[in-house]
Write a protein that binds this ligand. Structure first.
Ligand code: AMP
Length: 212
């Protein structure tokens, strides 16, 4: 049986990046619009310079820019994808259905975590600048401060992972997610997963869902 496309939904800090890395081991391709946007900023292109301001304020980039970037970086011939950080608006959800997923089987998986837990996870999050491994200073600290256990890369604190921007990103998330939920609920493909316990439990539920 072919693997369903996975639309991974969850607030910032709900564990999307961590789960995506594990789902990739099941044979999935991973695409994160946040990563694509950050890569564009790193190039320091004209577009990148515009994006930098928007992202540092925790606001959303416009739908068409994100869709174009996404389309340029995926190839469904390669197999199933995990869509991470996309859709963020109901318009994006429709674009994803109509222009990308079309007739493919898909699940929208929502990683459900309480608000207080989310803020604490994000403020303590550190990411490897080289291999993108994710750490948490409280729950999953690196063996040596500031250094990735896996590849020796330098751990960075994302600029938008501070308390002020986080509050804004949460507000944006809450404002946008409800219509997206009902969109997928109506289509009968929304699946809620309790993502507050630990990464293994969350992954176990996802694995079962996609039949692996
Ligand atoms: P993320 O890494 O998914 O938390 O995204 C970081 C930031 O990139 C967000 O706060 C937005 O500013 C921007 N971003 C990522 N994905 C999207 C999207 N699908 N639509 C609009 N903006 C996005």
């Amino acid at each position: 049986m072919s693997m369903p496309q996975i639309i991974l939904l969850g607030a910032p800090g709900s564990g999307k990046g961590t789960q995506a890395a594990r789902i990739v081991e099941l044979g999935y391709n991973h695409v994160s619009t946040g990563d694509l946007l950050r890569a564009e900023i790193a190039k320091d292109s004209k577009l990148g310079q515009k994006l930098k301001g928007i992202i540092s304020e925790g606001k959303l980039v416009d739908d068409q820019t994100v869709l174009d970037l996404l389309k340029a970086n995926i190839d469904l011939q390669k197999g199933a994808y995990i869509f991470d950080g996309f859709p963020r608006t109901i318009e994006q959800a429709k674009m994803l259905d109509e222009q990308i997923i079309q007739t493919e089987k898909a699940y929208a998986i929502y990683l459900d975590v309480s608000f207080d837990e989310l803020v604490s996870r994000i403020v303590n999050r550190r990411t490897c600048g080289k291999c993108n491994e994710i750490y948490n200073l409280v729950n999953k600290p690196p063996k040596t401060e500031g250094v990735c256990d896996r590849c020796g890369g330098e751990l960075v604190h994302r600029k938008d992972d501070n308390e002020k921007t986080v509050q804004n990103r949460m507000d944006v998330f809450k404002g946008q997610i409800e219509p997206i939920f009902s969109h997928y609920e109506k289509k009968g493909i929304l699946r809620r997963v309790d993502a507050s316990i630990n990464p293994d439990t969350t992954f176990g539920q996802i694995k079962e869902m996609v039949g692996r």
